[in-house]
Design a binder for this molecule. Structure first.
Ligand SMILES: [Ca+2]
Ligand SMILES: [Ca+2]
Ligand SMILES: [Ca+2]
Ligand SMILES: [Ca+2]
Length: 371
């Protein structure tokens, strides 16, 4: 912050004092001053406000939202201000989050964005597209492909974002080389929109099942005069499912013990599903989000005492129907005795409870603040 301020000060003392400096009437609404990033150099702001008091004008350096005046130009800043909530950063006019720790298919990527109160990113304008490419290249985010929101799943060749808005076609968006103009629906199997590392981050159509990094976009909270507090009811990566804050970690294939650690890393715990309405809500959510092919560890175990199932907080796991399913017709789980001591919501079992070997590699289902 100090460094930033000093640079501004140098700028003010330099030859280009009035570069980018613009003034507006103080009668403009507070929202109207958003573009004038005065609060990023408070001393200057105070001086300008004092100077302007008699003239009913307010001056500032006019940069786009999420930009500051550095070394003679407006540059984007990372952070939680300017209408974006962490972990999202300002990129041009958008709040974006480049996921670097997980590679998922497009539907899973979509669900991860949803868990951040976000969607897969939409790119509509050439300048917005350039901002994204520049940001990737300038922040060592290159070397991997990123999913965007668009697809032509509904009608082949008709590229739409989830909102129903058309994906812009042609130059300067889509990759094109002699004999390789995109989208090309190669092998009749390319229906999802990504930006591709080895195509210089031009758009390309690709199989939806490929695993890539999600590029999420959060709605911009433009009224920064009341700083963005909590856009989310649940913390990042957790989503409200039936009143629980849950995280479906589709990106981690781990043992039950590792799953607990993964949840702790998010500030949570493996989920405790004690209310049958919660199991119903989880089931519906998995299908709604298109991730019902995943199996999830939850917090139940009978490792301490065979047959005595408890959640991680020591409370008892419900027994019998309609929680527990069955593999063998007519035999309700748990059925694994001492070889199966961990509680699984198995995809093959319609996400009913199953006891399973704790060493299987499954996805963690985490809950924030288990009561
Ligand atoms: Ca296609
Ligand atoms: Ca293609
Ligand atoms: Ca057991
Ligand atoms: Ca079993």
């Amino acid at each position: 912050m100090l460094d930033l301020y000093l640079r501004h000060r140098v700028r003010v003392l330099g030859a280009g004092l009035f570069d980018g400096l613009q003034c507006i009437s103080s009668s403009a609404t507070v929202a109207g001053t958003q573009n004038y990033k005065m609060w990023q150099h408070p001393t200057l702001l105070m001086a300008l406000l004092v100077a302007a008091a008699n003239f009913s004008v307010v001056c500032g350096w006019r940069c786009g939202r999420g930009e500051v005046w550095v070394s003679g130009e407006c540059v984007g800043v990372d952070g939680t201000s300017d209408g974006c909530t962490s972990p999202f950063v300002v990129v041009g006019e958008q709040c974006l989050y480049f996921v670097t720790f997980a590679e998922l298919n497009q539907q899973e990527a979509r669900q991860m964005c949803h868990s951040l109160e976000a969607e897969l990113a939409v790119i509509n304008t050439a300048s917005g597209f350039k901002n994204v490419i520049d940001y990737i290249n300038n922040n060592e985010l290159d070397g991997a492909d990123y999913w965007l929101d668009g697809s032509d799943l509904a009608t082949e060749g008709d590229w739409l974002y989830t909102s129903g808005q058309a994906v812009p076609m042609g130059t300067p968006f889509w990759a094109s080389w002699v004999g390789g103009r995109q989208p090309d629906d190669a092998n009749g199997n390319e229906d999802c929109l990504h930006i591709r590392a080895n195509r210089f981050y031009y758009m390309n159509d690709y199989p939806c099942t490929d695993t890539e990094r999600p590029l999420c976009e959060q709605p911009r909270q433009l009224n920064i005069t009341s700083p963005p507090e909590t856009l989310m009811d649940c913390p990042s990566f957790f989503t409200d499912v039936g009143g629980l804050c849950l995280s479906f970690m589709t990106w981690a294939d781990v043992t039950w013990a590792e799953a607990r650690q993964s949840c702790h890393g998010l500030g949570g715990e493996l989920a405790a599903v004690t209310d049958i309405e919660h199991l119903r809500a989880i089931y519906l959510y998995l299908h709604q989000e298109g991730i019902a092919g995943h199996s999830f560890w939850v917090g139940g175990s009978d490792a301490a005492t065979e047959g005595a199932w408890t959640w991680t907080d020591g409370n008892p796991v419900p027994v019998g129907a309609p929680f527990w399913g069955n593999v063998v017709e007519g035999v309700i789980e748990p059925d694994g005795d001492e070889s199966e001591n961990c509680l699984l919501l198995n995809a093959d079992g319609f996400h009913y409870f199953r006891d399973a070997s704790c060493d299987l590699l499954m996805n963690p289902l985490c809950q924030y603040s288990v009561q």
